[in-house]
Design a protein around this ligand. Structure first.
Ligand code: 13P
Length: 250
């Protein structure tokens, strides 16, 4: 049995005060950690404030990191720093990072390995453009991403990785993948892991769907056999909406 994950990616939203209000509103209302792993990915500047106030069932994550421990990289934060403030997850390779900050698959591969080495759970984001989808290149794109992004990860460590399938054309557009397409693609990802590593790892790894998920459509995705939860942007910002999303995963 794979434990479901409900993850909220706040992106560049919420001041410290707004974030604290959110935490106080959801801490007691979300399902127990035994049932659902609930994570919010917050701006780095407020991670410590959230960690200090997180309830027993909530986990806090960073949205990106550098792959080195320290150095002359103005503006960056390292896995060591994320660990030191008590956050336990980090997003890697989100399509917005790939598109606006030129993050390559080689960078992503180094980050995934660095996070695992520091005991932080990476949520590796992959996904295809609309053009790739429409020209039948989805599987090729995902295969290439997985091949490079996971190249520094051993079979034993792969169990620590969570994969989020986020079709770029469904992010922030209000247009979700159909549950059939989401399931078919997450199944493809699981089969790729089974072929490249082994079936046991593939059966255990959690694969999330992301892209315009909201309370009114979340059930369509989490009922699918190869979808183990969701990574949610816009609909994770409002506490009531986030609580509904988490409860749907129970
Ligand atoms: P939306 O849920 O706003 O489409 O964002 C999805 C996403 O990018 C989560 O990482």
């Amino acid at each position: 049995m794979r434990k479901p994950i409900m993850a909220g990616n706040w992106k560049m939203n919420k001041t410290r005060d707004e974030a604290l209000q959110f935490i106080y509103a959801v801490n007691e209302a979300i399902p127990s950690i035994e049932q659902v792993e609930t994570v919010v990915f917050a701006p780095a500047i407020i991670l410590r404030d959230l960690v200090k106030r997180q309830g027993d069932n909530l986990r806090i994550g960073a949205q990106t990191c550098h792959y080195l421990e320290n150095g002359a990289f103005t503006g960056e934060i390292s896995p060591v720093m994320i660990k030191a403030v008590g956050a336990s997850y980090c997003l890697v390779g989100h399509s917005e990072r790939r598109e606006y900050y030129n993050e390559t698959d080689k960078d992503v591969a180094l980050k995934v390995a660095a996070l695992i080495n520091n005991g932080i759970t990476p949520i590796l984001c992959i996904g295809e453009t609309l053009e790739a989808r429409e020209t039948g290149k989805t599987e090729e794109v995902l295969r290439n991403q997985l091949h490079i992004d996971l190249e520094n990860v051993s079979i034993a460590d792969l169990e620590e990785v969570v994969i989020a399938y986020e079709p770029i054309w469904a992010i922030g557009t209000g247009k979700t993948a159909s549950p059939e397409i989401a399931e078919e693609t997450c199944k493809f990802i699981r089969e790729y892991i089974a072929q490249s590593y082994n079936k046991k790892v593939a059966d255990g790894i959690r694969i999330l769907y992301g892209g315009s998920v909201k309370p009114s459509n979340v059930n369509n995705f989490i009922k699918e056999p190869d979808i183990d939860g969701c990574l949610v942007g816009g609909a994770s910002l409002d506490p009531a909406s986030f609580i509904e999303l988490c409860n749907a995963c129970k």
